[in-house]
Design a protein around this ligand. Structure first.
Ligand code: ADP
Ligand code: MG
Length: 397
């Protein structure tokens, strides 16, 4: 892919790129709908990435092409204008630079990616983080990986207009090989959680259902969590809580008495899910994959029954996974209402589980779901400019 990208760049712009930035997609292992409750999440960067080849221009203009998109685009680095299409994910980091008072240079850009788009593996964060990284190199600014995550996040919320949390960009910027990243969404403190036990493999299966209902349902869940918190405070269960993250499973009996049934179930998901993140991290560190798998199954039950964000397709994928030998546990990953499931499997069983989940889904829904085995991988990187460097560094990443 890298060689093709370089050739595209040469054919398009008549010169070599000066550098290639690479930023991965991500999958969230556990900690779903906890981010906007100021809680914990545990994503990892994956071995599918977006590559942005770049070379500086002296006129402050940006030109960009992306594999798979016929249209080339052009905008002004210092003042990009929103278009309502894919180019916004490229222009967004330029907007975020300008907003922070950083000078954004003109660049020629060419993009290639093997992160599936719109599948829940965060191709959008991979793209925005890679562009932010190319921009950092082009501008000579001293920015950390964490800064790149924040700039890319700002690109999505402030320019593209997606009200997402910062998890995707943090995972894409800060991921490490064979590890997950624990993020405290209140403080944005991060901690690397090594995945012990060389035996674990991650399988992601796409239900093929695009999250049409997600926008309305998501806003409703955010409101229900706010209502639960307000009722809990008013009833004196948690008078000083700032967010549901400040409650613990020990508060559940009192909450059940104080809250209406629906806000109670939403709160119970958030509170138990938050606790599951650290239990899951502990199981990973100990290499206890059966315990980790059991927590995924618990998380799935909670997302389905208490948070009500699953679908028949996601239920079926998880049930098929959990019924296959070699699968430790399954859950929907991402906000729900469609998107993907995640299966923690024994590595020698990965193909068997994928086959069995695919066949069960096909029997029920008449089509084969797409499935990917993903490996926890490193976050954003610059591959140096020369063709030799790029070739040498491209394989082990
Ligand atoms: P996800 O992040 O789950 O893949 P999103 O809907 O958030 O899904 O982002 C997908 C969008 O991001 C695409 O529709 C496109 O606009 C943009 N995008 C992602 N990757 C690329 C790419 N390689 N080239 C151009 N645009 C891309
Ligand atoms: Mg996205």
């Amino acid at each position: 892919m890298l060689e093709t990208l370089r050739e595209t760049f040469r054919a398009r712009y008549g010169r070599d790129p000066e550098l290639v930035a690479r930023a991965p997609g991500r999958v969230n292992l556990i900690g779903e709908h906890t981010d906007y409750n100021e809680g914990l999440v545990l994503p990892c960067a994956i071995d599918r990435a977006t590559f942005v080849a770049a070379a500086g221009r002296s006129d402050g203009r940006v030109r960009v092409v992306s594999e798979g998109y016929a249209d080339a685009a052009e905008f002004t680095a210092a003042a990009p204008v929103r278009r309502g299409d894919w180019v916004d994910y490229v222009a967004g980091p330029f907007f975020a630079f300008a907003e922070r008072g950083l000078a954004a240079p003109g660049l020629d850009l060419a993009i290639a990616s093997d992160v599936p788009r719109g599948a829940g593996l965060s191709s959008s964060a991979a793209l925005a983080v890679a562009v932010a990284c190319a921009l950092r190199e082009g501008s000579g600014q001293a920015l950390s990986a964490r800064d790149l995550a924040e700039l890319a996040h700002r690109a999505e919320t402030g320019f593209v207009g997606v009200p997402c949390g910062v998890m995707d960009q943090m995972a894409s910027a800060l991921g490490e090989p064979d590890a997950a990243l624990r993020i405290d969404c209140r403080t944005l403190a991060t901690e690397t959680v090594p995945i012990a036990g060389g035996d674990a493999a991650l399988l992601v299966v796409h239900s093929g259902v695009h999250r049409r209902l997600a926008a309305g349902g998501y806003a409703q869940r955010v409101a229900e969590c706010r209502a639960a918190l307000a009722q809990a405070r008013a009833a004196g269960v948690a008078p000083r809580a700032r967010a549901l993250r400040d409650l613990s499973p020990a508060d559940l009996p009192a909450l059940e008495r104080a809250l209406e049934p629906v806000p109670f179930r939403r709160a119970r998901h958030v509170i138990t899910e938050n606790a599951r993140v650290d239990r899951f991290a502990g199981a990973l560190r100990a290499g206890d994959l059966p315990a980790a798998g059991a927590l995924l199954r618990e998380a799935m039950a909670s997302l389905r029954d208490d948070y009500a964000v699953s679908t028949r397709e996601l239920d079926a994928l998880c049930a098929a996974g959990d019924g296959t030998p070699g699968c430790y546990g399954s859950r929907l990953t991402g906000a729900g209402w469609g998107g993907c499931t995640l299966h923690l499997v024994r590595s020698d069983a990965a193909e068997r589980v994928a086959e069995s989940v695919g066949a069960a889904f096909e029997r029920a829904f008449g089509r084969r779901p797409e499935a990917w085995r993903v490996r926890p991988s490193s976050g954003v990187r610059i591959l140096p400019g020369g063709p030799e460097d790029v070739r040498r560094r491209s394989t082990p990443l």
